[in-house]
Design a protein around this ligand. Structure first.
Ligand code: XUL
Ligand code: CO
Length: 436
């Protein structure tokens, strides 16, 4: 049985190829800055959009044609879907996937039944991982869909919702560990508020931190050494989420002594919802030594919500890969396509087009970013911009040898600061365009 009989393994054919089902830039074995593209990019397919997304929106139901679905929410259907997922990922040639517990298996009438359903599908995931060599980039728990989490999970005013979420994450960690997952992600779907009049923010943040510490402790207990991530997003579904952007997450992690345990999983559309660029978020995380992984997608600048489109903009992927290379790469994280095909792209083959485009865009971004770095002109312009910090005064300040009084004395003697030099923004933007 094959779900994609007309599709062969997607191959690299180079830039002359006109085959829409081939890579023109992603050549897994090609070496860039001493590592293969596969090692740099660590592409991952998300289960929730690619295998559970049906194209529903607030105005209408799903449109997707998925011939392998039997229309039920049974465990058998879930197991069959898992096999289809691995056929897809294998044909695509992506080395990783990621899932929420509830994407892969149906929730039962009780926690016991739910865990049993999950185990039944995890058995198939394990077999398929062994058959194909595809690995789990990260696991996560869906703590936002079930009505019990209407007020949040770890930040719920209902301590039993907190306790249920703890039980759910415990199981999700066990399953991630069993599948050899290289990470575990927390996205605080409803960990925020709709209205501050009914919210004790301090208490909710204390609870969230307590929850994350419990997860770290349990990972230790079961010997799970994968990387924990927290995924910033400012809003949607709630009006405000506590993990609103990279800087807010870092502040939270520092306040609650969690910096040693979690890095950030940054998502492009979340960055833009927060009023930032992805490059900004990557630089904030990278500078703090907390750049973990990427949820690769893009929003639509004319729409104010999380459209989760596949990334095709080379300028964006170049910016992403430039920051990634600067901060030493993503491993054990990866480039995880948290993206969905449009409602109008309802055929299974559209899933291939979408991922091929995203992988090629990132491969091209990687090559361009490496070329910018190898050329060195950008670096030297940036270094020049700060060059007067190499002076006696600059090195003195950086070396901690000055205070307000000593600096005042120098400036009283000089009368004014040295003349500024141009930021050369336009010249730099022109230079970047020469690599594209
Ligand atoms: C939601 C989102 C999630 C996380 C995992 O916007 O990005 O899918 O990536 O829970
Ligand atoms: Co995401």
């Amino acid at each position: 049985m094959t779900a994609f009989p007309e599709i062969d393994r997607i191959r690299f054919e180079g830039t002359d190829s006109t085959n829409p089902l081939a890579f023109r830039h992603y050549n897994a074995e090609e070496v860039v800055e001493g590592k293969t593209m596969a090692e740099h990019l660590r592409f991952s397919v998300v289960y929730w959009h690619t295998f559970r997304g049906q194209g529903a929106d607030p105005f209408g139901p799903g449109t997707a044609l998925r011939p392998w679905e039997d229309g039920t929410d049974s465990v058998e259907n879930a197991q069959n879907r898992a096999r289809v997922a691995f056929e897809f990922i294998e044909k695509l040639g992506a080395p990783y996937y990621a899932f929420h517990d509830r994407d892969v298996a149906p929730e039962g009438a009780s926690l016991t039944e739910t865990n049993k359903n999950l185990d039944a599908v995890v058995g198939v995931l394990k077999e398929e991982q062994q058959r194909t060599g595809i690995k789990l980039l990260w696991g996560t728990a869906n703590l936002f869909s079930n009505p019990r989490y209407m007020h949040g999970a770890a930040t719920s005013p209902n301590c039993e919702a907190f306790a249920f979420a703890a039980a759910q994450v415990k199981k999700a960690l066990e399953v991630t560990h069993e599948l050899g997952g290289e990470g575990y992600t927390f996205w605080g779907g409803r960990e925020g508020y709709q209205n501050l009049w009914n919210t004790n923010m301090k208490r909710e943040l204390d609870h969230l931190a307590m929850f994350l510490h419990m997860a770290v402790d349990y990972a230790k207990e079961i010997g799970f050494t994968g990387q924990f991530y927290i995924e910033p997003k400012p809003k949607e579904p709630t009006k405000h989420q506590y993990d609103s952007d990279a800087a807010a997450c870092l502040n939270f992690l520092r306040q609650y002594d969690l910096m040693d345990h979690l890095k950030l999983n940054l998502e492009t559309n979340h960055a833009t919802l927060a009023g930032h660029t992805m490059q900004h978020e990557l630089e904030v995380a990278g500078g703090a030594g907390a750049l973990g992984s990427i949820d690769a997608n893009t929003g639509d600048m004319l729409l104010g919500w999380d459209t989760d489109q596949f990334p095709t903009d080379i300028y964006l992927t170049t910016q992403c890969m430039h920051s990634v290379l600067k901060y030493g790469g993503l491993a054990p994280g990866g480039v995880n396509f948290d993206a969905k095909v449009r409602r109008e792209s309802f055929e299974p083959i559209d899933l291939f087009h979408a991922h091929i485009g995203g992988m090629d865009a990132f491969a091209r971004g990687l090559k361009i970013a490496a070329a910018i770095r190898a050329d060195g002109r950008l670096d030297s312009i940036v270094n020049d911009r700060y060059s007067n910090w190499e002076s006696e005064l600059g090195t003195g300040i950086e070396g901690g040898k000055h205070d307000f009084s000593s600096l005042e004395k120098i400036m009283l003697e000089k009368g004014d600061a040295a003349t500024n030099v141009s930021g050369r923004q336009e010249m730099i933007e022109n230079l970047i365009n020469t690599y594209l």
